[in-house]
Design a binder for this molecule. Structure first.
Ligand code: NDP
Length: 491
């Protein structure tokens, strides 16, 4: 097996195995080949991870932020040096083209670890002057770590998700336990190795493998102070329910059905680029994708013409070939789900502009490839305009005016992201202000620099990752009241 790790889990600074855990495999979706065999964490492994993390965290919380930051920045440097190796492993685990993983996965993880490495020395409290009569009493606040935090990842951006969660947690003085998706277990283990090599003390970053039950065990364990999950809305709700018994802090990064609005004054070539990036990158398996593309009626046919022409040129193929632009779908179950949605789109009367079914790559006959697909004449009521597909399926809808399109764009239970293309600066900001979404892009789509907060509104989630905002989700304030005078007592 070409990507077999030394053992399934990484606990207390070393690989550990417990073969009594359920066996599972990591499959390369381009060929169906098994690339690694692992075991799910048993209760014993989970308890071991929580125990070692609890012990390590007490010391880490007392380590100066500047020192914590130095270790994180060293880890970011090592990640960049090994970017190709990490990217190749991510491509094997996910099937995403190397062209993408080289720039968007470990690279984004390194950016994030470096960013929070820089912030670690700058965690600040507040001084509040009470202006008290005699001796000037005051309050100060301290920003303190939460304890042992857990992260649960989706399969679409495995090392990026692990990094986006672990970096702020570690910067703030917490210990971390990460459960990758069972589908993509491998790169989190490499991240653990790298953090150890960078000098992170044992027990501060642990990886436990397994499916839903392992995530559920972490979500309910009283030894875990916080849980952050990236996944679907139903999973987020389950995690929040499980966390409620111990009143854990939660961050939920969930799904979406985001709108991308193209006004008639937009640069059409750029708008088409945005729509393609927001639907076909990572074979459409991105939470923030702009899968409802609202196009102003006067430019509809020009937009569709350019879109169809460029979509037809997308290069499907071997994900390991850097010329490949579109890889396979992650699993057979997800592949069938995407094909079902394509069939539903046709059955409900959407106009198929291009794609619409399976795709064949001759050298990879067992690969789970589907065609990049565009439906036009989609209406708000159609299933493909309401449900998250998580595949390369774009729905194009038409609109006549701004108020109408904003109301329709907001007419969803999700609120992760949104985009607007227009050359009218006032309209761009007005529309961005009126869209109910955690992130709005103006004249671009799906860029997520780690300096900017990212997260959802409505059912797309709670909390924010990245930016300074993430610090607030991995630390809590202690208020210290200081009395300089006598105690004013009626007794
Ligand atoms: P899932 O919700 O199926 O799984 C997410 C993670 O939760 C996996 O590690 C899964 O384990 C685990 N899990 C499943 N059940 C439970 C449970 N009861 N308690 C705790 N953990 C559990 O999502 P997918 O992996 O299928 O990812 C796709 C979804 O993720 C889409 O809806 C997408 O929009 C969303 N997503 C959101 C992002 C965001 O930032 N907002 C980014 C990326 C994706 P296992 O898979 O091993 O069974």
């Amino acid at each position: 097996m070409r990507a077999q790790p030394p053992a399934s889990h990484y606990v207390g600074g070393a690989y550990v195995e417990d073969e009594s855990g359920d066996a599972f495999a990591s499959i390369y979706p381009a060929t169906g080949e098994t690339i690694a065999k692992l075991h799910a964490a048993t209760p014993k492994i989970i308890a071991q991870a929580i125990e070692t993390a609890t012990i390590a965290q007490a010391q880490w919380a007392r380590t100066p932020g500047a020192e914590r930051g130095r270790i994180l920045r060293r880890a970011a440097k090592i990640m960049r040096e090994r970017n190709r190796e990490l990217s190749e492993l991510e491509t094997l685990d996910t099937g995403k083209p190397l062209q993408e993983t080289l720039v968007a996965d470990a690279a984004s993880g390194a950016d994030c670890i470096e960013y929070f490495g820089a912030l670690a020395a700058d965690l600040q409290g507040q001084h509040i002057d009470l202006g008290a009569p005699a001796n000037g009493s005051f309050v100060y606040t301290r920003r303190e770590p939460l304890g042992v935090c857990a992260g649960i990842g989706a399969w679409n951006y495995p090392i990026q998700i692990a990094s986006w969660k672990a970096a702020p947690a570690l910067a703030c003085g917490n210990a971390f336990i990460f459960k990758p998706s069972e589908t993509t277990p491998l790169t989190a283990l490499k991240l653990a190795e790298i953090l150890t090599e960078a000098g992170l003390p044992a027990g501060l970053f642990n990886v436990v493998q397994g499916a839903g039950p392992v995530g559920a065990a972490l979500s309910s364990d009283p030894g875990i102070a916080k849980v952050s999950v990236t996944g679907s809305v139903p999973t987020g709700m389950r995690v929040m329910r499980a966390a409620s018994d111990t009143l854990k802090n939660v961050t939920l990064e969930l799904g979406g059905k985001s709108p991308l609005i193209v006004f008639s004054d937009a640069d059409i070539a750029n708008a088409v680029s945005g729509a393609m990036l927001g639907n076909f990158y990572s074979s459409g398996q991105i939470c923030s994708n702009g899968t409802r593309v609202f196009v102003h009626r006067p430019i509809m046919e020009a937009f569709l013409r350019a879109l169809a022409e460029r979509t037809a040129k997308i290069v499907l193929g071997d994900p390991m070939d850097e010329a490949t632009q579109l890889g396979p779908i992650i699993t057979k179950a997800q592949y069938e789900r995407v094909l079902d949605y394509m069939a539903i789109g046709k059955a409900e009367g959407a106009r198929l502009v291009t794609g619409g079914g399976t795709a064949r790559v001759d050298a990879l006959p067992d690969g789970l490839f589907v065609q990049p697909t565009v439906f036009a004449d989609v209406t708000d009521e159609m299933t493909i305009a309401r449900e998250e597909i998580f595949g390369p399926v774009m729905s194009v809808l038409s609109f006549n005016d701004e108020d109408e399109v904003v109301a329709r764009a907001n007419g969803t239970e999700f609120g992760l992201a949104a985009g607007v293309f227009t050359r009218d600066i006032s309209r761009a900001h007005r529309v961005a202000a009126n869209l109910r979404a955690g992130t709005c892009w103006i004249n671009t789509y799906n860029l997520t620099p780690v300096e900017a907060p990212f997260g959802g509104t409505k059912r797309s989630g709670i909390g924010r990752e990245n930016g300074r905002a993430a610090i607030e989700h991995y630390s809590e304030l202690k208020t210290v009241y200081v009395e300089l005078g006598d105690v004013d007592s009626p007794y």
